[in-house]
Write a protein that binds this ligand. Structure first.
Ligand SMILES: NC(=O)c1ccc[n+]([C@@H]2O[C@H](COP(=O)([O-])OP(=O)(O)OC[C@H]3O[C@@H](n4cnc5c(N)ncnc54)[C@H](OP(=O)(O)O)[C@@H]3O)[C@@H](O)[C@H]2O)c1
Length: 285
């Protein structure tokens, strides 16, 4: 049985992805930020799929110290129950913020959760992905196409614009996928960005306010159910051969932004290593 870790698994797209993966017979490890929501999600999924293998772990992915503790727990669990193999890591947790707010590590919150947490969790789980020739899937967005990285002020300390910060974080997802493929495709690891489309979730109404909250409450009504994009993640996990493209929407290859270049990917990779205090190394099988 193949194992998949899904972050942001307690609501919206992530929860629907868990359902879809369980339906397809995967062993699912969900990550959420609240013990209560994790317990409820596990219960609901176990009731829907009585013979399924599902486990949940709690961590605030905005805290780098918690990502380390989480990865240790998940790693020990995979070693014990899944032969040390991780078939896919779905970096899906994300947020929107209305104002400049920082994490306890001092980083802007959208950048920290939407990009840096994926970067750090992937780093810790890389040995398990390596063993399985696994896939790393980021929930990006088509909004990444309308953005350049603001290298001089990547956390938007000056002139904070919530939408620009969000779009940039989704471009970071694509650049991270590009950089992972560059470094580890020779080991059989592949990485992807998924555009879920516009999806009716509460993302814009959590810890937001003002215009952001209002606009999202209107906009989300035009979104599809999370079950629609969930199929693309399951499809990416199900393919025998590593899917060849880097960016998918509704199980089909899409064109990504011209900003997704090796130069930008390497630059972001190096910066992210600094911000996380880690150094990605070579892998041996
Ligand atoms: N909705 C859309 O139209 C759309 C479009 C493009 C891309 N996306 C992307 O899709 C992904 C999922 O978003 P969604 O729309 O499904 O929204 P959502 O329902 O709010 O899901 C976000 C998930 O991330 C979790 N989360 C939030 N802060 C966290 C933290 N500090 N630590 C750990 N987990 C945390 C949430 O936990 P709780 O359940 O406790 O809130 C939730 O499970 C995001 O990356 C988003 O950028 C969404």
């Amino acid at each position: 049985m193949k194992t998949v870790v899904v972050t942001g698994a307690t609501s919206g797209i992530g929860f629907a992805v868990c359902r879809e993966l369980l339906r397809e017979g995967f062993f699912v490890i969900g990550i959420g930020r609240s013990d209560e929501k994790c317990a409820n999600s596990k219960k609901e999924l176990s009731e829907s799929f009585p013979d399924c293998n599902v486990e949940f772990f709690t961590a605030d992915l905005m805290r780098q110290s918690e990502i380390k503790v989480l990865a240790d727990k998940v790693g020990a669990f995979i070693t014990k129950n899944c032969n040390g193999e991780l078939h896919a890591l779905i970096n899906n947790a994300g947020c929107v913020r209305s104002w400049y707010t920082t994490t306890e590590d001092g980083y802007e919150q959208q950048f920290a959760l939407n990009h840096l947490s994926s970067f750090l969790l992937t780093y810790y789980l890389l040995p398990f992905l390596n063993k399985a020739g696994g896939r790393v899937i980021m929930t990006s967005s088509r909004s990444h196409k309308m953005m350049k990285i603001r290298w001089k002020d990547i956390m938007f300390k000056k002139h904070y614009n919530p939408l620009m910060v969000y779009k940039q974080s989704k471009l970071c997802n694509m650049l991270f996928a590009y950089a992972l493929n560059d470094r580890y495709s020779s080991c059989g690891i592949s990485a992807y960005g998924v555009d879920p489309g516009l999806v009716n979730t509460d993302i814009g109404q959590k810890q937001t306010g003002g215009i952001v909250k209002f606009v999202w409450s209107m906009r989300k009504k035009h979104g599809v159910l999370p079950e629609i994009p969930a199929k693309t993640y399951a499809w990416l996990c199900l393919q025998e051969e590593n899917p060849p493209a880097i960016y998918y929407y509704l199980c089909r290859e899409q064109k990504h932004s011209k900003q997704v270049t090796r130069e930008n990917a390497d630059r972001l990779f190096r910066l992210s290593e600094q911000l996380c205090g880690i150094k990605y190394g070579r892998l041996v099988k």
